[in-house]
Write a protein that binds this ligand. Structure first.
Ligand code: NAD
Length: 431
């Protein structure tokens, strides 16, 4: 071993300077908050060190009798303010580093919106489309049993993310309950309504994206009616946000998913596109728009650009070319820190993920509360409470951003890191 190889011995082994990964972006975002922490700065390292990281082997017998192994993770980034909360991602390219970053963003998101949760995230390296329904069922059950060591209604509560849905949550809830010997509805959120799920949960993230976009537009004197919207990702988040924009009279002029990148300057018929995706699994073949090159997609003039697919989409190469007034981050981590700076310099407002997509975890919080009390609310009550929490969180973050002359992302991180580190300081270090 050369001396230079020892450069980060004693530091964080999961940061590789020669190949920056998502957790490095998260740490960079935390560092930006350092000057605003006052006396709490002494605790800042807490936010860089995930509290608990579990890697599990998920072996199953495939339908053809062979045995397959999948790598799974559950990361509890911080539990200072309450039990862990964050989704489970099924994607063939998911990595531990990515899950760590996503868990860190959950810590910030939950605190930024004021929910009494810590941050966590999980995932399995599997393409849910490349295995059968029965195989996926076995993968989900085995994974849940393996992470059952650290999850639970008062410890850590998973939810859906990319590649998982209400059916996944039903299987996870059942598996955890079987292992425990009693039904524990509160162990996951995003469940079907018949199993203790909440009305409005399915739509909550997209609804939150729309509410924060509308609030940002109000401050920027932009009318939502007639505005042009470009959406990447046409799944739960992107699809519902697109529908709400469409219903509010905006024009969704372009939409992209894993199957197609489509453009129609007159406005895509969003309900028809959603019906096409429901029937065919992707936007590919949708007749109401024209396929365009992905790089052209990112340069379309619009009022709202909504990345709602995967992270790392708005890069320093794309950021100088985007032609939008507001970026609303439906996805987690879609803008790299370097791109974020470019957008700020260009006067493009970014509504950060930790605020824009917090609607999902907010209604997950409502679901968890309803499960504990076994008393269920109406959809109007849920949407009203969601609206109030999102509008208040937006207002508080906007005020800090004005006061300190920082981006909305840094403002959200300032509020969140204060809350987390205050809890940390007041609890004190064990032992
Ligand atoms: P989803 O699986 O329902 O949809 C994902 C969408 O992204 C699909 O339309 C898919 O085709 C598209 N996509 C995948 N790869 C792509 C690619 N390479 N190029 C273009 N499009 C691609 O997932 P979702 O729940 O809508 O999650 C989307 C994002 O929102 C993720 O970053 C997720 O972490 C985040 N998020 C989701 C929730 C939630 O409640 N579902 C909450 C907060 C944040």
């Amino acid at each position: 071993m050369h001396d230079t190889d020892l450069a980060h011995v004693g530091g964080l082994s999961y940061l590789n300077p020669s190949a920056p990964e998502p957790y490095a972006s998260f740490i960079e975002q935390i560092e930006r908050v350092r000057p605003y922490l006052g006396e709490l700065e002494r605790w800042i390292e807490t936010l860089k060190h995930p509290k608990r990281t579990l890697i599990v082997d998920v072996p199953i017998v495939r339908d053809d009798g062979t045995i397959a192994h999948y790598e799974g993770y559950r990361v509890q980034h911080n539990l200072s303010r309450g039990p862990g909360k964050g989704g489970i991602r099924f994607h063939p390219a998911v990595t531990l580093n990515e899950v760590m970053a996503l868990a860190g963003w959950m810590t910030v998101k939950n605190a930024a919106v004021g929910l009494p949760f810590g941050g966590a995230k999980g995932g399995i390296r599997v393409d849910p489309r490349a295995v059968t329904k029965d195989e996926l069922h076995r993968i989900t059950r085995r994974f849940t049993s393996e992470i059952g060591l650290i999850i639970g209604p008062d410890r850590d509560i998973p939810a859906p993310d990319v590649g998982t849905n209400a059916v996944t949550m039903a299987v996870m809830m059942d598996t955890f309950s079987m292992n425990r010997g009693g039904t524990a509805t509160g162990v996951v959120t995003g469940k079907p309504v018949a199993l203790g799920g909440s009305l409005g949960r399915h739509e909550a993230t997209g609804r939150g994206v729309f509410i924060t976009a509308r609030e940002a537009a109000r401050h920027q004197h932009i009318e939502v009616e007639g505005a042009r919207v470009v959406v990447q990702g046409f799944g739960n988040v992107g699809g519902i946000a697109a529908r709400l924009f469409h219903e509010a009279g905006a024009r969704v002029i372009a939409a992209a998913d894993h199957g197609a990148t489509l453009h129609n300057e007159a406005g895509i018929d969003v309900p028809a596109a959603l019906a096409h995706v429901a029937e065919n699994g992707s936007l590919a073949g949708f007749p109401g728009a024209t396929p365009i090159d992905i790089e052209d997609f990112w340069q379309l003039p619009c009022e709202f650009l909504v990345p709602a697919a995967l992270e790392g989409q708005i890069t320093e190469v794309r950021a100088p070319r985007v032609q939008t007034r507001i970026v609303v981050e439906g996805a987690n981590g879609p803008t790299t820190p370097a791109a974020d700076d470019i957008l700020k310099d260009r006067g493009i407002l970014v509504v950060p993920d930790v605020l824009a997509n917090a609607g999902g975890v907010t209604v997950s919080y409502f679901e968890w509360v309803q499960d504990f009390s076994s008393f269920f609310w109406t959809e109007d009550e849920i949407n009203d409470r969601l609206e109030r929490i999102m509008v208040n969180a937006f207002g508080a973050i906007w005020r800090v951003s004005e006061e300190k002359q920082v981006s909305l992302r840094t403002a959200a991180f300032i509020i969140a890191c204060h809350r987390v580190l205050e809890a940390r300081a007041e609890r004190g270090l064990y032992p």
